[in-house]
Design a protein around this ligand. Structure first.
Ligand SMILES: O=c1ccn([C@@H]2O[C@@H]3COP(=O)(O)O[C@H]3[C@H]2O)c(=O)[nH]1
Ligand SMILES: [Zn+2]
Ligand SMILES: [Zn+2]
Length: 244
């Protein structure tokens, strides 16, 4: 069986009808959590899973809807499961994640740096990191917030996972035309200007050949009003399991 994806949540940062946009990626042998936001623990619980079911976590950027659940993850693994979970992360995010996000809560009881709480495995742009026999990942820095680094993921040389990003049509065209991309999981901001996200109108401006590869995630509570208004692009539904 190939790769499968199950969204812990498909919501944007302020969504209340959907959990934070975090994903469980099931390979042959492992479960990888992509981002771990504030609502990840509750969503995991609703799926009847525990942190022990997660083999590794990968962080794309340090907004709370993507990292707000990491303290609980690290503490439960330390105090309940006596394990140090694996964390895949861009080397550029190690320092800001620890100094600006985790240090206040996690800094205790011998935990003085990120590596004391997690087995850190560094990701680097331009490099492909093998997570297991059926999953390789490459990080691609994409524009999101000025001065805050954020990374999209290119999985197995064929699946693009946007994380949070502004519209990058040239990147999407290049991935599809030159790098064999056959599937795109893309964030979408359904209303308002795309200052830090990609708007639905921007995605609708793409050629049908690209739009037909796109599944939509990281959307607001108003999603239901946009059913039938997204051309070939389907909304991912949280907790459903999809073959990649
Ligand atoms: O100019 C603006 C406007 C809105 N915001 C919000 O802050 C949110 C942080 O999480 P997110 O990256 O999922 O989404 C972001 C936006 O919802 C912003 O950062 N800058
Ligand atoms: Zn977000
Ligand atoms: Zn963000």
């Amino acid at each position: 069986m190939g790769l499968r994806i199950q969204m812990l949540g498909t919501g944007g940062a302020f969504a209340k009808r959907y959990f934070n946009n975090n994903a469980l990626l099931y390979t042959e042998h492992q479960t990888l959590l992509i981002d771990c936001g504030v609502t990840a623990p509750t969503s995991l619980y609703q799926l009847g899973k525990t942190w022990a079911d997660i083999d590794a976590v990968l962080i794309t950027h340090i907004h709370a809807d993507h990292v707000g659940g990491l303290e609980e993850f690290a503490f439960q693994m330390k105090y309940i499961y006596q394990q140090r979970p694996v964390l895949y992360i861009s080397e550029q995010l190690v320092q800001p994640l620890w100094e600006h996000t985790l240090k206040g809560g996690l800094g205790q009881d011998g935990i003085e740096r990120l590596e004391d709480a997690f087995e850190v495995r560094l990701l680097r742009e331009g490099q492909v990191t093998r997570i297991d026999d059926s999953l390789q990942v490459e990080i691609i820095q994409t524009p999101h917030i000025e001065g805050k680094k954020s990374y999209s993921l290119y999985l197995n040389g064929e699946i693009f996972y946007s994380a949070d990003m502004k519209f990058q049509p040239a990147l999407l065209q290049e991935l599809v035309r030159e790098r064999g991309c056959r599937r795109i999981y893309h964030e979408v901001q359904l209303t308002g200007e795309g200052f830090v996200h990609t708007t639905l109108d921007e995605l609708l401006s793409l050629p049908p050949a690209i739009r037909s590869q796109i599944s939509l995630m990281h959307y607001g509570d108003e999603m239901e009003q946009f059913q039938g208004k997204t051309a070939e692009m389907e909304f991912l539904r949280q907790h459903e399991i999809y073959d990649l």
